[in-house]
Design a protein around this ligand. Structure first.
Ligand code: SAM
Length: 421
């Protein structure tokens, strides 16, 4: 399990650095997410449930500065307040009412008590039992009632975000993720998975592995983790590429990002998975990874097939060769991604003379790429200018500018190409 756990018995816990990175990501994601829920100037209400399933004790002291830092439940509350103020700016005629419920679950009694105290101290006490629910106990035990609550609030969409910031990786069974996505079509999950905890279990064939216990049997085809660590060039890359497909298949979510939070050593031991049913949600999260460049690290390729065997190079090797870690969503990573997409996209488009819409191209490839829709569009615009592809709108207009590309535009092999092939 995780090497050190937070302790709220005698006041705020000491904050660990990876939590700062998680908090920053959550804040940025929610900030970018709320505007996507307000599609029209006439919209009057926004309905959403935010579930923090592993909520913690609500407050930390920074281990060097001693500063008080609020935990994930307050990031959720404050992100909504800020978004509400921003969306309802003075020029907006019809104001949007934020109808958001917050459900915070915490198993440890000390942590739950500390969270309740912090909720009061931060001025949210009167909202408890109304839009803010504090539940003490195991998230798994409360999950059915929470899903039911979301379903009642938003019967058609089930719009909800589940922040599942577990210790280690054994607290969230795949069957629970599957239940969430089956019941709630617009649910999203942000799941922490501490792969460093893999260190502490030697895979012994006579014992059920912790992965098996959460519904992920035989992920490594009988290989022990020790064997993987001893023999794979980069064991994190191997785990990312092998485990990711198993998790998303078991969870049944359609769109995902599988990147690591970098630790002080430069490596990523905290794996952060974003699972959703909607490509826009995936894209918003990918944008946030780029916005927080150098906070995240990716152990695969840069094009449309990021886990294809052979792409994976050792992060250590990249470190020594380039004086810095390889794929950290920085300018260098962006340049390499653009170059690779320049090669990968035409190959895909030329396979079918009828082409495909931008929406389909993005939806069918984004799970296997670190690129955002914006990067795709930049590359498509430049390919169209070079005559490598055609981009045609439903009314027959040809486009070459990235920011004019719309979901319904078709991306086709160029017409001239047909004459010569
Ligand atoms: C990594 S900490 C959460 C930190 C918090 N999300 C934040 O960013 O401020 C994990 C928390 O989950 C709690 N926990 C562990 N197992 C749990 C379970 N099965 N259900 C709910 N909470 C659990 C732990 O007591 C701990 O407070």
């Amino acid at each position: 399990m995780a090497k050190s756990h937070y302790d709220w018995k005698d006041g705020p816990a000491k904050l660990e650095q990876h939590s700062v990175a998680k908090h920053n990501l959550l804040r940025s994601y929610l900030s970018a997410y709320f505007p996507t829920l307000v599609s029209s100037p006439h919209q009057e209400e926004l309905r959403l449930t935010i579930v923090d399933g592993f909520a913690g004790g609500g407050a930390y002291t920074h281990n060097t500065t001693g500063e008080l830092i609020l935990g994930s439940p307050f990031i959720c509350l404050q992100a909504a307040e800020e978004a509400e103020a921003r969306i309802n700016h003075s020029e907006r005629i019809k104001k949007v009412r934020f109808n958001v419920d917050y459900i915070f679950v915490e198993k440890s009694r000390d942590a739950a008590n500390h969270l309740a105290k912090t909720v009061n101290e931060q001025g949210y006490g009167l909202r408890v039992g109304k839009d803010v629910q504090l539940l003490q106990g195991d998230f798994n035990t409360h999950a059915d009632n929470i899903i039911e609550h979301v379903h009642k609030k938003t019967p058609r969409s089930g719009r909800s975000i589940f922040v599942l910031d577990q210790y280690g990786y054994t607290q969230v069974p795949m069957s629970l993720l599957a239940k969430i996505f089956q019941a709630l079509p617009r649910a999203e999950v942000i799941l922490t998975f501490n792969v460093d905890s893999f260190n502490s279990y030697a895979s012994d064939k006579s014992e059920r592995s912790p992965l098996e216990n959460i519904g992920l049997p035989n992920v490594f085809q009988g290989r022990s983790l020790q064997d993987i660590k001893n023999n794979e060039r980069d064991w994190r890359a191997y785990i990312q590429s092998q485990l990711y497909p198993h998790i998303v298949r078991s969870a049944g979510s359609r769109f995902h990002t599988p990147f690591f939070i970098r630790s002080a050593k430069g490596h990523g031991d905290f794996w952060l998975l974003h699972l959703s049913m909607h490509q826009k949600a995936r894209d918003v999260m990918t944008e946030v990874h780029w916005e927080h460049s150098n906070t995240f690290i990716h152990y695969g390729g840069e094009g449309l097939d990021m886990f294809k065997i052979g792409y994976i190079t050792s992060a250590d090797e990249r470190f020594t060769q380039q004086g810095k870690l390889g794929y950290t969503f920085d300018d260098d990573a962006r340049k390499r991604t653009e170059e690779k997409l320049h090669l990968d996209i035409p190959r895909l488009i030329y396979a079918n003379e009828d082409g495909q819409s931008f929406e389909t191209l993005h939806a069918t490839t984004c799970n296997d790429s670190p690129a955002t829709a914006r990067i795709y569009k930049g590359v498509l615009g430049s390919l169209a200018k070079q005559g490598e592809i055609d981009i045609v709108s439903p009314d027959g207009r040809h486009k070459t500018s990235a920011n004019q590309i719309k979901d319904e535009d078709r991306i086709l092999p160029p017409r001239q190409r047909k004459l010569f092939t």
